[in-house]
Structures are given as C-alpha cells and as structure tokens.
Write a protein that binds this ligand. Structure first.
Ligand code: AMP
Ligand code: ZN
Ligand code: FE
Ligand code: FE
Length: 288
C-alpha cells in the first residue's frame, strides 16, 4: 500500500519528515508522497530517511489556486524537481503571501479582542510555510478556543471574522508551475469544490484543457459514492487516478497514514506504477 498525500512539519503537519517516513515504514507502506503546502523543504530529509528505511518517497507539493466557487481548489504536484529554480521562486512567493495573510489575521483577531501575537504564530510554524493551523495553535495556547476545530469555526474559516483571502495563482498558472518543474499535476480532493456532477465535469474538463494530469479519487473526506463518481470522471476524461490520506498527524488525529478515516483510503502500489508510467512517458516525449 502507498499514500500519495501527506504533510510534515515543513508545513502544517505534526510529524517531522523523517518521523513521517518512519511511521510509513512501521505501517508497511512501500511508498509515500510528501506533499507539503507551498514548500519542498521537507523532501531531502524524507528522501534520506526513505532510502534508509526502504520506503520510496515521491517528491511532491500541494498548492492552492484561485477558485471563486466557494470551496478550495488544491493541486498536487508529483515528481517535481525540488531544486527547480522557477518552482522554488513561485513557492517562495506563495509563502510570502501566507506570512502576510497570517499577519493580517492576527491584526483582525487583535481587533476582536483576542490577544495573540504574530511572533507566536511564527513559532508555532516550525517550517517555512505558515498556515491557518498555526494561527489555530496560537489561539488554543492563548485559551481563546478549546480546540483547533473551534478556531476554524469561530474565526479562521471562510466567512468567519478573522478570515483573510490570500493571493493565489489561477488554476492554469498553478498547473503550468508544477509541470514546468517536471511535475504531474493532480486535482486534490475534488469534493471540496462542492460542485454537482455536471458542474464538476465541466470544471475538470477545463482543467484538463490547461494540462491537468489526474484526479485524487481516494481521500479521507471522500465516501464510497464520491470515490466512484471521481473514478468514473477520471476514466471518462482519460485522467490518472491517485489517492492519499492527507495525513497531518496531531492536527487531524482521526486520519491515519496509509488508511485515511477508518480505513477509507487504501491505495495499492499499482496506482504509483501508473503515475510513474505517465511521468516517464511525458519525460520521454519532452526529450524527442
Ligand atoms: P491554509 O493552507 O493555511 O489555508 O490552511 C488550510 C489547512 O487548515 C488545511 O490543509 C487543514 O490542514 C487545516 N484546516 C482547514 N479547515 C480546518 C478545520 N475546520 N479544522 C481543522 N483544521 C482545518
Ligand atoms: Zn494542511
Ligand atoms: Fe488540500
Ligand atoms: Fe493536504
């Protein structure tokens, strides 16, 4: 079994890249993709540990792109070249926007009478990619909320008083950024777009026209029916099928690495083979 969607302390997960790979080895996983938000900084450590423990670590990243449908559109990039200068620069730009957003969120919280500081939020983020979960941790520490979920519900979710929208690339740009670094671009957790079947099909067709390579069919938040819908869509549009738990460790304690939510994400090695074949074919194609 494999897990193609995981987060480490390089972004908002609670396991260091090495600890994440250790856990994967303990669980008997043959491969994981490390897909931190807007950073590739965890990859060297994860890959070194993977080589030692016999777990293949696929270099990945997860980015958010502009989407005014109300939900979140996230893209996963697989087999990116972590040292690609163009991608590194773009990810850095995204992280600067993250910092700026966190500062504005803290200012809004302060106006609401919640006393947390940006420097504390920064300390909560051990890596270089600051996210809302780090703001949530600071809120929790300050006693402003009883748990991270409450931090999102009361303050940080879209539509709540401390929500700040950060600047994002368009879907077309996001796909191009990942692919220009050699990556395979996959639409993450399509359920979070909150579209009906027809609308989703139209949306994914448009993404495909921009070069999208695949859809994340298996994900902790997807039920059986959604898995079937997305698998069907992938088949019809000739897109790759991927899957992963979106493991974050303590931040989302119900989600288990390699198993998802109560075992709803179990991805066999053959999915990685297909991903690899697709990647190799494109690379060879480029070489011609
Ligand atoms: P960001 O990328 O900074 O916008 O933060 C998004 C991250 O926050 C997601 O990847 C989740 O890890 C986390 N998150 C989003 N909504 C919630 C929630 N309701 N409760 C806990 N964590 C959440
Ligand atoms: Zn996350
Ligand atoms: Fe995501
Ligand atoms: Fe994720």
């Amino acid at each position: 079994m494999i897990d193609l969607h995981t987060h480490s302390t390089a972004s908002d997960g609670s396991f260091t890249p090495a600890a994440l790979v250790d856990l994967a080895a303990e669980k008997g996983l043959t491969a994981i993709a490390l897909t931190d938000h807007d950073t590739a900084a965890g990859l060297p450590e994860a890959q070194a540990c993977g080589a030692e423990k016999g777990v293949e670590v696929i270099p990945g990243v997860e980015i958010a792109v502009r989407w005014d449908g109300g939900g979140a559109m996230h893209l996963l990039g697989y087999y990116i070249r972590p040292d690609d200068a163009g991608l590194a620069e773009r990810l850095e730009g995204l992280r600067i926007q993250r910092r700026y957003r966190a500062q504005r969120m803290v200012a809004l919280l302060n106006e609401l009478g919640v006393g947390i500081s940006f420097s504390r939020v920064e300390q909560m983020a051990t890596g270089e990619s600051i996210g809302r979960p780090h703001v949530a941790r600071a809120l929790l520490e300050a006693g402003a909320v009883a748990n991270p979920g409450e931090a999102f519900q009361r303050y940080l979710s879209r539509g709540r008083p401390a929500y700040v929208q950060r600047e994002l690339p368009s879907p077309r740009e996001g796909i191009a950024w990942l692919q220009s670094a050699g990556g395979v671009a996959v639409l993450a957790h399509p359920s979070t777009l909150r579209l009906g079947r027809k609308e989703l099909e139209r949306c994914v067709e448009e993404l495909k026209a921009h070069g999208l390579d695949g859809i994340e069919v298996f994900w902790s938040g997807h039920n059986r029916g959604q898995q079937e819908t997305y698998r069907d869509l992938a088949r019809r549009l000739g897109l790759l099928v991927t899957g992963g738990s979106d493991f974050h460790g303590a931040a989302k304690p119900d989600i288990e690495l390699g198993r998802g939510l109560r075992g709803n994400v179990q991805v066999p090695d053959s999915y990685l083979t297909a991903l690899r074949v697709h990647y190799d074919a494109r690379r060879t194609g480029e070489g011609n």
